[in-house]
Ligand binder design. Structure first.
Ligand code: ACK
Length: 316
């Protein structure tokens, strides 16, 4: 199906490889709302019929909001088709099936019980480090018993590199790799989310603050800021910023920088973020490699997987 063509949103071709009977799903609370749609938790009665070989009972259902536009619907259809094509990997949010017939379009994906990685890290800051955030002013007061030290954090980074290596091998460019777009699954398995989202990078809104008042530009490679150019190597730059977020338990990058222009001149003059306090020099070297101005000089995701594997082995 060509999602750029107009179509009747109430009539989708049946894809028996993916279709799940709608009656099997009991919708629950809303997990979140993005710009394009809504994600709702759902319980499956028994093993999900249809294509998925999963035993999961709790799933997440992506849908458009009531007040959606045709473009929102086309975006969800496109996301669903991308997820079908990409295939499964442990470190991505996998599609489990869809409900396309006799009702609204539901895209069923794995449910990640621990939410997004940014909030997760902030909630698991070591005691004494919970502090009022510079950007959004809330106090991280959910001090948890579970302690994640540098080794565990490196393990998280390694899993995300594995997921990105897979996506890059499937020719998928994420374009918005950041801790807010990583979900934390059962057993603290890192899962890359929203990789199938179409991002309209020509749209100037894209460079404005998101709903949390955060600037997505802070994850962007210089060539993306300057020329709107994206490839897997610009994802590697973003991965470096994500690695910095992990090692700071979810700090806001470049807190002093307020605009894309300011960020670009900061970067082109060779300035980079400092080494976070609780971060070994080896991990900081990886970050700095991701932040080479020259995209070709950055490691590939495969090299990042190898590097981090080496660092993890040394730590054990
Ligand atoms: O950051 P959050 O709390 O976690 O808010 C977003 C929101 O829905 C919009 O994307 C949450 N969310 C999205 N997909 C899933 C999922 N598969 N499992 C759990 N939460 C999800 C996400």
């Amino acid at each position: 199906m060509d999602p750029t063509q107009p179509f009747n949103e109430y009539e989708f071709p049946l894809d028996s490889n993916w279709e799940i009977p709608r009656e099997q799903l009991d919708l629950g609370s809303t997990l979140g709302e993005g710009a394009f749609g809504r994600v709702v938790m759902a319980e499956a009665d028994g093993k999900l019929l249809g294509p998925s070989d999963t035993n999961e009972r709790i799933v997440a259902v992506k849908m458009v909001k009531e007040e959606h536009t045709d473009a929102d619907m086309a975006s969800l259809v496109r996301e669903m088709e991308v997820m079908k094509l990409i295939g499964k990997h442990k470190n991505i949010i996998n599609m489990l099936g869809c409900c396309t017939q006799n009702g609204p379009l539901w895209v069923i994906v794995e449910y990640a019980p621990h939410g997004n990685l940014k909030d997760f890290l902030r909630e698991h800051r070591p005691r004494g480090q919970q502090r009022r955030s510079e950007s959004d002013g809330y106090l991280d007061d959910k001090a948890s018993q579970q302690h994640f030290g540098e080794k565990e954090l490196t393990g998280f980074a390694y899993q995300i590199a594995r997921g990105m290596e897979y996506l890059a091998s499937r020719r998928c460019i994420h374009r918005d790799l950041a801790a807010r777009n990583i979900l934390v699954g059962d057993g603290y398995v890192m899962k890359i989310a929203d990789f199938g989202l179409a991002r309209d990078i020509q749209d100037t809104e894209y460079y404005r603050k998101n709903t949390n008042g955060r600037l997505p530009i802070k994850w962007m490679a210089p060539e993306s800021l300057q020329e709107k150019f994206y490839d897997s190597q610009s994802d590697v730059w973003s991965y470096g910023v994500l690695l910095w977020e992990i090692m700071t338990y979810g700090d806001q990058p470049y807190p002093q920088i307020m605009s894309a222009e300011e960020l670009y001149s900061y970067l082109i003059t060779g300035q980079r973020m400092d080494k976070p306090n609780q971060c070994s020099i080896n991990i900081y070297i990886v970050m700095r490699q991701c932040w080479h101005f020259d995209a070709c000089a950055r490691p590939t995701f495969t090299e990042l997987v190898d590097n981090l594997e080496g660092i993890l082995k040394q730590a054990s």
